[in-house]
Design a binder for this molecule. Structure first.
Ligand code: SF4
Ligand code: SF4
Length: 334
């Protein structure tokens, strides 16, 4: 089982209610970025290149509550920057859990062991730890030695305290099917994390390293090879089966970035958290004033290499809902 049953049922009921009300665009996951400051400077990051006065700014707890109440997504992914740098991160998570939202708290894990006491295990709460490879690969990706060991120690401590622990791994051109398998086998079998999220890196214009973003064909080839021999079924991947089909090139989808909207200190980001074509003051305005048909691979040069979950997982989830066969497949296996 990949995604916990409670979450599948809640999200399934939410999707069904949107369909019954004939709503064609709605949020599945709110990407909440309460600050851009981070305690790392990863070469592939497109979030931390703001001037100091921007990096010092924070969303308040109330702004975070207002964002989730306005858009109504059942799931919230808190990212950044590094959310554990935010002094009120405990209150933000608490407020979202009170509202019965499924919360994923993304972190590079450097501060995690020191901050664990701010949180309690909760069926609606999961850590999502940045883990881009095994030791050498991960430390190279985050541009600092020792971060991999710190993340592994934090994962073990969080699991020993009863937290649900997931990981997110971004792949670049330095990766191949073997390195994908190695890191996912390690996370799945050795660390026994609850779920794993994977993504080919998006080519952020602002990222210092512009040489290591994978194209679509290479992404498909690597995942096709990595998923072979039954591994895809074995790994506890935090994705719908159709999104994994998409990654390995068995199906293609159009982008539905409105399903994972992003709210930050600038407001609602158009069209998604990867690509910044301006900001608006409300989710309603985002939905109604964004020219969605201009985004996605084949429609916009800035989307040319994107196979990220924020554009294509919502499409995969909705295709799953629209097919009895795919719904059954999602319920039992990858
Ligand atoms: S940990 Fe995340 S937010 Fe921080 S620099 Fe790295 S990619 Fe950017
Ligand atoms: S394809 Fe979709 S998710 Fe990817 S950058 Fe473009 S709008 Fe964003």
């Amino acid at each position: 089982m990949s995604i916990p049953l409670r979450q599948k049922v809640r999200v399934g009921a939410y999707l069904m209610s949107q369909r019954l009300r004939h709503i064609d665009k709605f949020p599945l996951v709110l990407q909440l970025e309460p600050l851009y400051q981070c305690n790392l400077e990863c070469a592939g990051c497109g979030k931390i290149q703001h001037p100091d006065d921007i990096l010092r700014r924070r969303l308040t707890v109330q702004q975070c509550i207002d964002a989730i109440e306005e858009c109504g997504a059942p799931v919230v992914s808190i990212a950044g920057g590094e959310p554990l740098v935010h002094k009120e991160i405990g209150q933000i998570v608490g407020a979202l859990l009170e509202r019965k939202k499924f919360v994923y708290l993304c972190t590079n894990a450097i501060l995690m062991e020191n901050k664990l006491d701010l949180f309690k295990p909760n069926p609606y709460f999961a850590w999502s730890i940045h883990m881009d490879g095994l030791k050498d690969r991960h430390d190279a990706s985050v541009c600092r030695d020792g971060v991999f060991d710190k993340a592994v120690a934090a994962i073990k401590e969080a699991k020993s305290r009863g937290f649900r622990v997931t990981t997110n791994t971004t792949f670049f051109t330095q990766d191949d099917a073997t390195s994908v398998r190695d890191v996912l086998d390690f996370l799945n079998d050795d660390l026994k994390v609850d779920n794993m999220q994977i993504s080919p890196a998006y080519a952020y214009e602002k990222a210092p390293d512009q040489d290591h973003f994978m194209g679509v064909e290479r992404t498909r080839a690597i995942f096709k090879e990595a998923f072979a021999d039954g591994r895809r079924k074995k790994w506890r991947l935090n994705h719908s089966p159709l999104f994994l089909d998409f990654l390995e090139g068995k199906v293609d989808f159009s982008c539905t970035a409105w399903g994972i909207p992003c709210y930050s200190i600038f407001g609602w980001q158009r069209p998604c958290y990867l690509l910044s074509d301006g900001y608006v003051g409300s989710y309603k305005e985002l939905l109604e004033t964004t020219e969605w048909e201009k985004y996605g691979r084949g429609r916009n040069p800035k989307c040319a290499n994107c196979m990220a979950h924020c554009g294509y997982e919502p499409t995969a989830v909705m295709s799953t809902m629209g097919s009895l066969r795919e719904s059954l497949r999602a319920a039992v296996a990858h």
